[in-house]
Structures are given as structure tokens and as C-alpha cells.
Design a protein around this ligand. Structure first.
Ligand code: ADP
Length: 700
């Protein structure tokens, strides 16, 4: 007997049919397919429109998952990982991104061979999805907030923060990835170029803004952005006054390469401008109570759907956190210490050494371009002609300016030593070994205090005669003797008939004689983020990114194809201040100032290191040595080969800078139990000072 469908069965079949239909409709609604590609995910989960980006630890660095939610639900999921190895982690990220484009999904399988990268991405995506649902992510640090976040505590960033506060901003915070402030700025040796200052007038020097403008454009081979150069020169005199008004010293005016008149403003003791400036800015930040979060690296800048800045993601020793903010001042400096980036934009400089501090890695360029910022002159990289190849110490141009010459291994001059940096650099690179010797005498040594530093560093060969100098350096002796005689003869008549050098200060005949090995190194990355004269960051098409400002070496267009010595310090102060002013105005137009809630973690000034082993005999010890900006003193007692009371005191102005480094060193020794100073990256002067002070400590 054949089975007859009953009414009941009929009902079941209809029900089943309806259920399948409903499921199909749901699938179609949830996963719309256009040209075979799923465009968005809409399931029962409620997502809030916005962009959610979370970083997690990957293999070689952080990996990141970004979820974009639009009106239709999740519209995009993408992955990134900057330090991942290109062949393993990088390939996995690429694969997953392609996969998501093919089939958008909130889950994915680990890529084989890249388990750490995959697992980091899974965690990151999970958290990003939770955030997209407005849910709390377990263990995540609460977002902080500020009105203005300045990224980078170099000359530009610190000037910006101070100016903003002077104009009334109440909630400014600075993020600095290194353990100290100062970046490349602290290494600036020359001075600050400015026209029409009271100091020039005092010395009877006529220097119009127009002349300064012309010199800068000529120096930059007219590649410079005229509007930015006008702004630079017109605000330069005020920059000198401003630095002096906050406690700096820029009251001596001197001559420098590429300037038609005396224009470079320097400290009255002829010391390098960088340390003076950074010390002054640090002290002012302290006075204004502006928090500087050291060892805090900005990793991403957030913008909303309309492109307006909303926050910054940063990383410190406790992990990743977000600072919501109205305005960002990008002051991360250049990328001279990122050899990959240098080689990418200027292949001819592949393998060059650099004069830059280790933090000059171009982070700002990356963060800005992610937001669509345009770049200007990015391939324009300045090399400094005279850098010691072994220690990367830069011999300031003043050495040549005050009389030194350059010779090759053959003992011959090969260039007008006072020509522009690019010409001198190229001439050295054209020598058989791409190196040269900077040769000078005692008269030059006595004219410039910077030379003592090079001598103390042990990078200068000293000899009582030219013959001995040739022997010690391995330079052709007969030729060097002849070169020096010819030079003295030309100096006597004031005409360099060989290379047309205009100023020959001294005959180079006063023994003892000196020579330092010199070759060009990457010095300044002149290109960078595109800005207008208000320092607003611009997209490629010239439109403004609201709330986004940039100043200093991260910016392009000010120096064109060749930066004149003394113009970088003008750049950081002038545009740093404008950025601070512009950011403050922007905050006032966008909700106004709020009260500061972020505080910098201050170091425990009374930290005393314990349990350190030493071979020193029992007794109380005291030692001192030069640190950054003053003397460092160490005291400790040894009892049965153990130190339990190590104290290190630094100069007052270094509480912010050296203070952190000092504590790091003390804590490092306590942890290892060894009486050995680990160099704190970025605080090498302080580190060396402590090392020296310990080494020369004497029993009392
Ligand atoms: P400038 O004064 O022209 O801005 P500097 O090199 O003097 O240039 O200063 C830039 C500062 O920015 C340095 O102290 C550097 O360590 C810091 N910096 C660079 N990248 C980051 C980052 N991602 N987060 C925080 N600080 C950064």
C-alpha cells in the first residue's frame, strides 16, 4: 500500500518550504553578492557606524585589524602589520586581505606557517568587532583625552606645545617615543637664521626679509614652496625674540654658508644651538606643566568619516591606548635613520650612514599618508659632507668655515670646501674610497669649542708636523706637504686659484696639526608632509585635513632641494609656533578648551638602587663626570662587594630628560645585579656621564 500524503504531512512540507525560503531570503539580505563579491555583512548583531582599529602583538611588531561599519553593516575588514617579515607575516596579511575582499567574513582560518601573525590578527579583529558593537573590550585601557596632542618632543613639537599654551590652550599633551626629548634638534650645531633682528641692527648688519628669502630660495634651487619660505623669513626675527623670551640665548650673530650676510643667531658662549634650545624648551614645558609622555610612541592617528581628526593611538610600556583629541600636531621629525625609507626615496643614498638620532624613522610620514596627506619633495635628502665614518660624529661646518680644508688619500684638495653641502658631499663621494680628511691647525682648533669634543672623542689624529700627520693618517706625504704650502701661499694673497674658495681664514701653519676622517652621511630629509602656511596638513589635491597640523622636519617644501645651515632651527621654531597657534585656534572653533586630565608619569627622584655586585673594596665612594647640560654625580658605599645605596644626581634641567634615563640605568643595574651601565637609547650623553662618574669614583 502506497503511502498517502496526509494533511498533516502536507502541512509539514509547506512549513519546511517556507523555512527554507526564509533562510534563503535571510542569506540574500545578510550577504548581498555583487559580481560574486560580498559587499557588506548584516546579521543580527548591532554595529555602530565608524572605523574601529585595534593593534595586537604580532611576530616582529604589532599587527592591526580595522573594521569599517557603514549604514549597511560591516563594509570592510582589513589587516596590516608594519614590522612583519615580508615573506612570512607580510605574505599572510596580504593573503587575508585578499581573502576578505573575496569573501568578507568576521572569522578566518590561520595562515599556515604564520601562526603568530594570524593569532595576533584574530585577537585584534575580535576586539575591533566588540568595539564596533559598542562593547567593552576586556583589559583594554580606557581612552584618555586632550584638546591637542603633539606627536614628537623635538624642537618643533615642544615649540608648538608651548606656543599653544601661551595662547591659552589648557589641555595639551606631548607624546615622545624616546626616553628623552630633543630628537635631532638637540644635535643642531649651528644656530638660527633670522633677518631684521635687533642683534643684527646692533652690529650694523642690513638684512632684509627679501634678502633672506632670496638666499633660501637660491640655496633650495627654487624648489622650495615660496609661500612657506615667505612665512619662514617673516617670522624669523620674532623666533629669535621668542626663544630669548623663554630663557634661551641667541644673541650672537655669525656668518654661515649660503647666507649673503651675517644671519645665524647663536648662543653667546659659541656653544652648539641644539642643547641650548632643547634645555630652554624643556624648562618652559616644565614651568607650564605640559605633560610629556616619554617612551610613548604614537602609532596611528584616527579621523572620522568626514576626515576630521578624532584621536591618536599610542603605545607605552603598559601597552596600547587611545587619546581622543580635537587636534593633532605632527612633529615626528624626519626619516634619516630609516635606511629602507631613505633608499626607497633616494636610491643613490642606499647604504649611507646617518647623523640622525635613532628615532628619526619617518613614523609621521606613514601616519599622515594613511590619512591621505600629500607629500612634497620626498626624494630630497640632504647629506652632511663631513661625518666621521666610524662614530657618525658630524664635524660642524664651522670647522671648514673657520679654516679647515679637505684632502683625499692622495694628499690633494679636490673641492671648494665652502661650497654648498650637496656639492661638497658629491665631491667626497667621487674620491676613490668615497672618503676624505678634514685637515686643520691649532689656530682653527682655538677658534671653535666644538673641536674639543671631537678631540675628546678620539676621532682626531694629532701631529706636530705635516709629515707626521701624513704618516699617521696614511695620506701621501709629499703631496700633503705640497698642498699645505700651496694653500698657505694662496691664503696670503687671498685668492684660491685652484677651487675658488672665497674665505680662507687662516694659513693653516700653526702646529700641532689635526686631521679627522670625513665622509658624507644622510643628514636632513627635506621632503615630507604637505602643509600650508598655517601648518594645516593638506591632501594631494590641496584640501585641508581638519584638525591636523604638522611642523618641523616631518614637513616638506621649506628647504627645497638643499637646506641652508641655520634654516632648520628657524623652521622648527617658526612653524612649531604657528602649528601651536593654529591648533589652539582650531580647538577654540571646535568646542573650546577643556581641563587637563593626563599627567606625565614622574620619576621617583628618591629611587635608590640596591643589590649591585662590585669588585671594589669596601668604603664610601663619590665620582662625577659631565652629563647632558651639567655635571652628574654618583655616590655609593660598598660593603662586602655589594652596593645598596647607589644614588645618581644630574643637573636640575635634566629632570625630564636625564631624570628618566638616570632611573632607567639605576633600575637596570638593580635588576641585573651588575655594576654596569647600559646605554639608554637617545640619552647617550647622560649614560656615558654616569659610566664615567662610576669609573672615576674614589673612596672618600
Ligand atoms: P623636529 O624638531 O623637526 O620635529 P626632531 O627630530 O628634533 O625634529 O624631533 C622629532 C621627535 O619626534 C623626536 O624626538 C622623535 O623621537 C619623536 N618621534 C618620532 N616618531 C614618533 C612617534 N611615532 N611617536 C612619538 N614620538 C615620535
Amino acid at each position: 500500500m502506497g503511502k498517502q500524503p496526509t494533511n498533516k504531512n502536507k502541512g509539514n512540507i509547506v512549513g519546511l518550504f517556507l523555512m527554507v525560503l526564509a533562510a534563503v531570503i535571510t542569506i540574500i539580505i545578510a550577504f548581498p553578492v555583487t559580481d560574486g563579491v560580498r559587499k557588506y555583512i548584516k546579521d543580527n548583531t548591532k554595529y555602530i557606524a565608524g572605523t574601529y582599529s585595534v593593534a595586537e602583538k604580532g611576530f616582529g611588531g604589532n599587527v592591526r585589524a580595522t573594521v569599517v561599519v557603514g549604514d549597511n553593516g560591516i563594509e570592510n575588514i582589513s589587516f596590516a602589520g608594519k614590522s612583519e617579515t615580508p615573506d612570512i607575516g607580510g605574505a599572510a596579511i596580504q593573503k587575508l586581505n585578499d581573502q576578505m575582499k573575496e569573501n568578507l567574513d568576521t572569522e578566518f582560518d590561520s595562515v599556515s606557517g604564520a601562526t603568530i601573525t594570524s593569532s595576533g590578527l584574530k585577537h585584534a579583529l575580535k576586539k575591533a568587532l566588540l568595539k564596533a558593537q559598542g562593547k567593552e573590550v576586556k583589559g583594554e585601557r580606557k581612552p584618555q583625552s586632550a584638546d591637542i596632542v603633539v606627536i614628537g618632543a623635538g624642537g618643533a613639537g615642544m615649540s608648538a606645545a608651548i606656543e599653544a599654551a601661551q595662547k591659552g590652550a589648557t589641555n595639551v599633551v606631548i607624546l615622545e617615543k624616546m626616553p628623552i626629548t630633543g630628537g635631532n634638534s638637540v644635535r643642531a650645531t649651528g644656530g638660527l637664521n633670522a633677518s631684521e633682528t635687533q642683534y643684527q641692527k646692533r652690529d650694523g648688519i642690513e638684512d632684509s626679509n627679501e634678502l633672506f628669502y632670496q638666499d633660501t630660495m637660491k640655496g633650495g634651487k627654487n624648489l622650495n614652496d615660496p609661500e612657506l619660505v615667505r612665512t619662514l623669513v617673516e617670522n624669523s626675527a620674532a623666533a629669535v625674540d621668542w626663544v630669548n623670551s623663554i630663557g634661551g640665548d641667541l644673541s650672537v650673530v655669525g656668518q654661515f654658508g649660503g647666507a649673503s650676510v651675517k644671519r645665524i643667531h647663536r648662543p653667546s658662549d659659541t656653544s652648539a644651538v641644539g642643547p641650548m634650545l632643547v634645555k630652554t624648551l624643556n624648562a618652559k614645558l616644565d614651568e607650564l606643566g605640559i605633560p610629556v609622555l616619554l617612551e610613548t610612541k604614537a602609532t596611528k592617528i584616527f579621523a572620522d568619516k568626514d576626515g576630521k581628526i578624532t584621536g591618536v593611538e599610542a603605545e607605552d610600556e603598559n601597552g596600547v591606548f587611545v587619546i581622543n583629541t580635537k587636534a593633532v600636531v605632527l612633529a615626528t621629525g624626519g626619516f634619516g635613520a630609516n635606511s629602507q625609507m631613505v633608499a626607497k626615496y633616494a636610491p643613490q643614498l642606499d647604504g649611507f650612514i646617518t647623523t640622525n638620532h635613532v628615532g628619526a624613522t619617518g613614523d609621521g610620514i606613514e601616519m599622515a599618508t594613511e590619512l591621505g596627506a600629500g607629500l612634497t619633495d620626498i626624494e630630497q635628502i640632504q647629506t652632511h659632507p663631513t661625518v666621521n665614518p666610524d662614530t657618525a660624529t658630524m664635524y660642524t661646518e664651522g670647522v671648514r668655515g673657520n679654516g679647515a680644508i679637505l684632502v683625499n688619500d692622495d694628499g690633494k684638495r679636490f673641492v671648494n670646501e665652502l661650497d654648498t653641502r650637496d656639492v661638497v658631499s658629491a665631491a667626497i663621494m667621487a674620491q676613490p674610497n668615497g672618503e676624505s680628511w678634514l685637515v686643520f691647525d691649532t689656530a682653527v682648533r682655538e677658534s671653535l669649542s666644538a673641536i674639543e669634543k671631537y678631540i675628546n672623542e678620539g676621532i682626531i689624529v694629532e701631529a706636530n708636523s705635516i709629515e707626521e700627520l701624513a704618516q699617521k693618517t696614511g695620506v701621501n706625504e709629499a703631496n700633503l706637504v705640497a698642498t699645505m704650502q700651496e694653500y698657505a701661499a694662496m691664503q696670503a694673497v687671498g685668492k684660491d686659484s685652484e677651487f675658488g674658495r672665497k674665505s680662507m681664514e687662516v694659513p693653516l701653519t700653526k702646529p700641532p696639526y689635526f686631521a679627522g676622517k670625513a665622509k658624507p652621511a644622510v643628514h636632513h630629509t627635506m621632503g615630507g608632509v604637505k602643509i600650508n602656511k598655517e601648518t594645516q596638513v593638506l591632501k594631494e589635491d590641496g584640501s585641508v585635513i581638519p584638525g591636523f597640523f604638522a611642523a618641523g622636519e616631518v614637513v616638506g617644501g621649506v628647504h627645497g632641494a638643499n637646506r641652508l645651515g641655520g634654516n632648520a632651527v628657524t623652521d622648527i621654531v617658526v612653524f612649531g609656533r604657528i602649528a601651536g597657534d593654529s591648533a589652539n585656534k582650531y580647538v577654540l572653533d571646535n568646542g573650546g578648551n577643556t581641563e587637563r586630565t593626563i599627567t606625565a608619569q614622574t620619576e621617583d627622584a628618591n629611587f635608590v638602587a640596591k643589590d649591585i655586585k662590585t669588585k671594589l673594596k669596601d668604603g664610601s665612594y663619590k665620582g662625577s663626570a659631565k652629563g647632558f647640560g651639567g655635571d652628574i654625580e654618583v655616590t655609593f658605599t660598598v660593603k662586602k662587594g655589594i652596593v645598596n645605596d647607589l644614588e645618581i644626581s644630574g643637573p636640575k634641567e635634566t629632570t625630564e630628560i636625564g631624570g628618566k634615563a638616570i632611573n632607567k640605568i639605576k633600575k637596570g643595574m638593580q635588576k641585573s645585579g651588575k655594576f654596569e651601565v647600559d646605554n639608554v637609547s637617545g640619552a647617550s650623553v647622560t649614560s656615558k656621564g654616569i659610566k664615567d662618574a662610576i669609573n672615576n669614583a674614589k673612596a672618600q
